[in-house]
Design a protein around this ligand. Structure first.
Ligand code: COA
Length: 256
């Protein structure tokens, strides 16, 4: 369904893809190769016949332990800008997928790894998950969109506190702050939980979920437009008929 990559693996089952960041010897740190492959994979995923995506890191220790610090060390300002642009294209690519995505965080989700998880629609975590934006400890700031996305979720003051301190955020705190939606015992249960969430949610209209995802960031005008557009679509006709006929809706699984 998508190309073969050096640092990514992919599989899919019943319309839900699983994208694995596969560089466990470096705790799946995001170097230029991983980011380029992600950017390319996301262009393929955008049009793939999928209805959901799970994103996960290979191994037991980390989702992603951040941008690759060794690779960033010699970067000049211009190269750093291009690196940040590439990282932002990747996070924007996740955000723009036409179906829901869940980042399954087991272990470290630091720096760029946390930023990538924040760009997915939801974060599910296992008990050993550790989140943080430790860039200030390296004399850096987050550059893959994390400043904006974290602020939207936890509010400006808490986002500043997390960013300025560079401290770790445990999975319990992440749950309390609304960063992670669900916490599971271990990685196996985490993956099962994400799969079960999709199994349940994808009984709903994929087209309606797509439209809802589009409008969330775009304000009331877009909401009005999409509300009008969704009327008399196949899914809407079926959903309303099923309610009136007191039966379960049988949606066709089409996005557009
Ligand atoms: N960039 C590049 N390499 C990284 C990395 C990163 N962000 N995070 C981990 N690695 C590498 C380590 O250098 C090490 O490589 P080596 O075995 O060749 O020496 C390997 O991954 C394993 O990491 P290690 O530090 O030995 O594991 P640990 O369990 O002792 O510590 C962390 C785990 C996450 C606490 C620690 O790796 C860390 O602090 N990483 C950087 C986190 C960070 O600042 N991210 C934001 C970057 S902007």
């Amino acid at each position: 369904m998508i190309s073969n990559f050096e640092t990514l693996s992919f599989n899919h089952n019943e319309g839900v893809g699983t994208l694995i960041i596969n560089r466990p010897d470096k705790l799946n740190a995001l170097n230029i190769l991983v980011l380029r492959e992600l950017k390319f994979a996301l262009t393929e995923l955008k049009t793939a016949p999928l209805r959901g995506l799970i994103v996960v890191g290979e191994g037991e220790k980390a989702f992603i332990a951040g941008a690759d610090i060794a690779e960033m060390k010699p970067m000049e300002a211009g190269e750093a800008l291009a690196f940040s642009e590439l990282g932002q294209l990747v996070t924007l690519g996740f955000e723009a997928l036409p179906y829901p995505s869940i980042a399954c965080v087991n272990g470290f989700a630091l720096g760029g790894g946390f930023e990538m998880a924040l760009a997915c629609d939801f974060i599910f975590a296992s008990k050993n998950a550790v989140f943080g934006l430790p860039e200030v400890k390296l004399g850096l700031i987050p550059g893959f969109g994390g400043t904006q996305r974290l602020m939207k979720i936890v509010g400006e003051r808490r986002a500043k506190e997390i960013m300025f301190s560079g401290r770790n955020v445990s999975c319990e705190e992440a749950k309390n702050l609304g960063i992670t939606l669900e916490v599971f015992e271990d990685k196996v249960k985490l993956m099962e939980g994400a799969t079960a969430w999709f199994k349940n949610t994808l009984k709903n209209s994929s087209h309606a979920i797509y439209q809802a995802k589009q409008v969330l960031g775009q304000g009331l005008f877009e909401e009005r437009k999409a509300f009008g557009n969704i009327f008399q679509t196949e899914d809407m006709i079926e959903g309303i008929a099923a309610f009136i006929e007191k039966r379960k809706a049988n949606f066709q699984g089409k996005i557009l």
